[in-house]
Design a protein around this ligand. Structure first.
Ligand SMILES: [Zn+2]
Length: 82
């Protein structure tokens, strides 16, 4: 579950139409989520964008579980960086 700084980083990345953040060391962390059914890692399936004041913004991300194939749209707080 994302909270505090991580949640803020996820919000800012999506607002900038990105699905990753770059940390100080230069590595990139991808926005990810865990399957609500089995807790396995899910990968991005579809993104929903709208045009914001500064360009396109991601307003929703649909994920697909790599184990069971379940697709789901988590809340921001349910996304994680990995
Ligand atoms: Zn699953």
């Amino acid at each position: 579950m994302a909270a505090g700084k991580e949640l803020e980083e996820i919000k800012q990345a999506l607002k900038a139409n990105r699905l990753f953040i770059t940390v100080e060391s230069g590595f990139q962390k991808m926005i990810s989520a865990n399957c609500p059914k089995d807790g396995a890692i899910a990968t991005v399936h579809t993104t929903y964008t709208t045009r914001g004041a500064a360009g396109p913004e991601i307003t929703g991300v649909r994920f697909r579980c790599t184990v069971c194939g379940h697709t789901f749209t988590p809340k921001l707080e349910e996304m994680v960086l990995r």
